[in-house]
Write a protein that binds this ligand. Sequence first.
Ligand SMILES: C[S@@+](CC[C@H](N)C(=O)[O-])C[C@H]1O[C@@H](n2cnc3c(N)ncnc32)[C@H](O)[C@@H]1O
Length: 363
Amino acid sequence: MPIGDTTLPNVPEETILLRPIGLVSTWFPEKRATPRQPGICASSQGKLTLYNSVFTNPEHALEGLECFSHMWILFYFHKNDSTHVRAKVSPPRLNGARTGVFGTRSPHRPSPIGLSLVSIDKIDGATVYFSGVDMVDGTPVIDIKPFIPQYDNPVHYESPDSTTVPSSRLMDGREAENETPASASAGHTDSVGTVLSLGNSMDRSSLRVESRIGEREAPDGEEEISSPSTATASISVQSERTSVSPSTQVRVPSWITQPPVSKLSVTFTDRAKAQLEEISCISGTVESPLVSIKNVLQEDPRSVYLRERWGNQFYTFLICNLHVSCKFNDCDHTVAVFQVKSAGKLCECGQPEWQCSVHGTSC
Ligand SMILES: C[S@@+](CC[C@H](N)C(=O)[O-])C[C@H]1O[C@@H](n2cnc3c(N)ncnc32)[C@H](O)[C@@H]1O
């Protein structure tokens, strides 16, 4: 087909049918307070169970995936309320500024497909257990693919032994082997012109971070009127290795590296702590939910609309078997958890009862 010809043969403009391969189970029954990217709750676990209908033996399709530490999940934003998609969205971390939907990771897009990089914990039959969750419970999965830094990372280079590239931090905060410097750039940012060493002796790569005004990712797609941001920044990945070509420069806007909104400080009242401890006696799983609650709240899960319209408001959400109530204080960038109630027991299999379809109410 000639370049520029926008008509594709045999692909009707509005009807590409895709078949989900399975569903994910996560701790987040609602969109509200679901982490905006997998790295926010890097240790929060989810699982993907393949449908029997896709393959007669779905576990066969997973053979070989266990050799990889991470995988991409492509999923369908099935809980989007509106079918009306706008060209510009207001990501919460852009603090009200609008930007083009394709310049964001907003769920509100013409083809509502999500893309998350997660860490593979275990594969058991037709189920993949993973860490790093930004999906609502029950989200349909369209596809999964192994994460291959040699393919997926623009800073591709040949290492001397061709398989060993330096270990460094991935976006989900875990250590991973076979990772190249660019994906390690998140979280290693500094002010204008700072050169950051990745600290590995093998490739001696360094990051030059040139950023001006700060903003950051994590859109929720809400449309609100506000002044557009003109902030720009670039991250140049520089390497002393000769095999790295100029095309390895990676650029992101400064709202990824330096958000205009600060992280919140999360506190628990004594009452909330006591309630958590009490629930922990029942479920025995409080430590991770506690960490997850903190991680969710410090990133401010509210939409810009909620934040601007309702200011220092009470906010409640569900996480695992917990119903959490808190209060934001936007003046001092704090959020206090004042109540944690049980939102149902945990099933004997360790999942919240609302989530367990196998055991249901019998346990
Ligand atoms: C900002 S998106 C990012 C998803 C993915 N990492 C990406 O970049 O494409 C994550 C947010 O989408 C929303 N979300 C998650 N699962 C969803 C679903 N099944 N339907 C609708 N919205 C969903 C939640 O509000 C979550 O915080």
